[in-house]
Design a protein around this ligand. Sequence first.
Ligand code: GDP
Length: 477
Amino acid sequence: RLRNFFQPRSPDYKRLDGLLAPDFTEKSCLSRYQTVLYRKSSPHKPSSYLVAKLRSYEELHKRCGPHTRSYSISMEQIKSGQINSSSECNYVVWVAFCGLGNRILSITSAFLYALLTNRVLLINQEPEMEDLFCEPFSRTSWILPKDFPFKDQFDSFEQDYAYSYGNMLKNNTINASMESLPSYLHLYLSHDYDHHDKLFFCDQDQTLLRKIPWLIMKSNVYFLPSLFLISSFEEELNKLFPDKETVFHHLGRYLFHPSNQVWGQITGYYKKYLAKADERIGIQLRVFDNKTSSSQFMDQILACTLKEKLLPEVDMSKTIPAPSENQRSKAVLITSLIPDYFEKLNDMYLKHPTLSGEMVSVYQPSHEEEQHSDNNLHNMKAWAEIYLLSLTDVLVTSAWSTFGYVAQGLGGSRPWILYKISDGETPDPPCGRALSMEPCYHAPPIYDCKAKTEVDTATLVPHLKHCEDISWGLKLF
Ligand code: GDP
């Protein structure tokens, strides 16, 4: 049984209320139009301003994207290092090495930055990212061409990279009053960046950066909430996103469509295991330290899901009765690097009847044991699982995990977050409901650019709060 199949459809039904451009062929990217058959339709509509902005971005990308005349002219300026007035296009190039969740969130941040600054976003796609996503913009490409001049230097571009904007500020080798500015700058916006790198989030610095045609950004974080601290973006952001909780929800659904290959895995799994259930519950399990035992985490998972009545209790004194015809069914989708939680939960529901009389089936698509973000097939499985989680009706996620943030944002749900076990202490309560479906920004700036002092940036503008799972993190709500 697929969702929404018999629901009345508006003309914009498949295009997510105009979010997606009309000029794609369905075959080239099946997930773009077929996801609506599997996912609840979103109660959050994109603003007409956002829809218009995306359409004009697509035109810009077509004009300036790889293999266009404008791109060739812009290439000349990056090669010469000089700003050439004949170029009409400006770019932001995204580079990173990290887990898939982090990549998706930082690409989304770079895309919103591109929208706000009229730049074209190009992503450096290493082999491990191939065939994960469809091209998001029609009749052009967002993949950085292979002959891009700095490609072989991306690995060495770390925090102390001499040509990064932050380092140049530290060494006083760049300022807004300089007569000749370079045609490109590197921006280091990764989790371990320092004070000077984070001056990127100041209005004064944006004034300078606006003049630089090529910005090469290394980022593995969801820095998007910090764009709301830059006052010159404020008016535009308010028009684009009247509802601040939906920024990733809309941009994520706009940008990230599983390739046909990954979509085949997703739909095959969904139809086989999840489609028939009356309700689907996704439980995303991620442990970041090796001190937490799987039995301690399992206790926390049960304490949360049973207390919040997401899963029914079992009668341990009885063995399972045969399922009756009209028994209500729940499918539980577990995602985890290890099989332990699936095995315990599956065992519990196979061996004992539920007190509610519901039938519970437990599934886990893979257990990869370890993170291998440099492996393409591993990333495909991760992407398929993130997407499957986003198709569930109820979501439980693990604190600190961007894997879970992406699933909640695409699905449009406020998950129950399993709080982090720290110093061996199981948290009490074991979980809590997220206040907003936005992802958390783990490494926000703590600097007031106007007052030039440290500040709690969550207090500077409305719509920003500290995260439920990371006290110093920042999120939109
Ligand atoms: P985060 O580290 O939890 O914030 O999420 P990331 O996605 O950025 O990085 C973790 C990576 O580990 C994922 O991208 C996968 O490669 C792998 N991984 C972690 N949990 C799972 C899981 O439940 N299923 C699969 N298939 N891979 C996982």
